[in-house]
Design a protein around this ligand. Sequence first.
Ligand SMILES: Nc1ncnc2c1ncn2[C@@H]1O[C@H](COP(=O)(O)OP(=O)(O)OP(=O)(O)O)[C@@H](O)[C@H]1O
Length: 276
Amino acid sequence: MSMAEPRPLTASSAASDPVGGGRPVYEIARLSKTYARNRLTALTDVNLTLHKGEFVSVVGSSGCGKSTLLKIMSGLMPPTTGRVVLEGRPVTGPRADIGMMFQQATLLPWKTTVENIVLPIEIREGRAAAKAAIPRALELLRLVGLGDFANVYPGELSGGMAQRASICRMLIAQPAVLLLDEPFSALDELTRDFMNMELQRICAEQQATAFLVTHSLAEAVILSDRILVMKPRPGRIVEEIVIDLPRPRTLEMINTPRFGQIVAHIRDLLGKEAFQ
Ligand SMILES: Nc1ncnc2c1ncn2[C@@H]1O[C@H](COP(=O)(O)OP(=O)(O)OP(=O)(O)O)[C@@H](O)[C@H]1O
């Protein structure tokens, strides 16, 4: 293998090879999922460890099991077999220390931005706790550049601004892990690029441990320390790629030969079926 090639690792080594030396935060071992209704094996023998401060993405063709994996990781769905452990405790349902972000911001239109951000606390711990969390919500709004928009309603926010607000809502409970389900795919390309750079900055500032599902290879490469490549029937991790581009990443890196090589390598791994 030449030095210019991405360094491929086997899927089984994914569980034991920390990037940046962080401690293990989220651990999945021998995970499988068979949907009872159609007896479809959506995932088989998935092993994965996320280390503190690490950004890991998963890519793969439609139907390879990415959403199934994310639902299990978030506690929304039980696995058929295997171990799912966050901060030493098995994940058996939704938890306050799991932060989630989706394609749509899903802010409540009758609540102001800051009220939306403290909403998870209000739901879990009541009004007094939500009120006490407002200073932290305002601090988070400043972190994402929305300091002046705390008291406006979501209808007055652009798509990118609404997603920034949902980053704050995700971070308010100081989650141990961030699970990101194509958070910027509904945005136009320029805003999406910008938001990815913002996400990188925020994750670095918060030392966040993040797991991203995306259809965009470029997005996965620009953001990640490692990329897991999945294949379908049955859904499994076939390769792990360590992204050795320096940090902080910049959009200019997208035009470098190294970036192009890594994307081409992943595209080859995915094969033609991923793009049909
Ligand atoms: N609730 C369900 N019941 C039965 N089969 C399901 C269910 N949800 C997903 N599947 C099947 O499991 C497989 C994996 O689906 P999943 O949605 O996890 O894939 P994905 O990689 O997220 O796809 P996409 O990229 O298109 O969102 C697919 O074959 C899908 O048809």
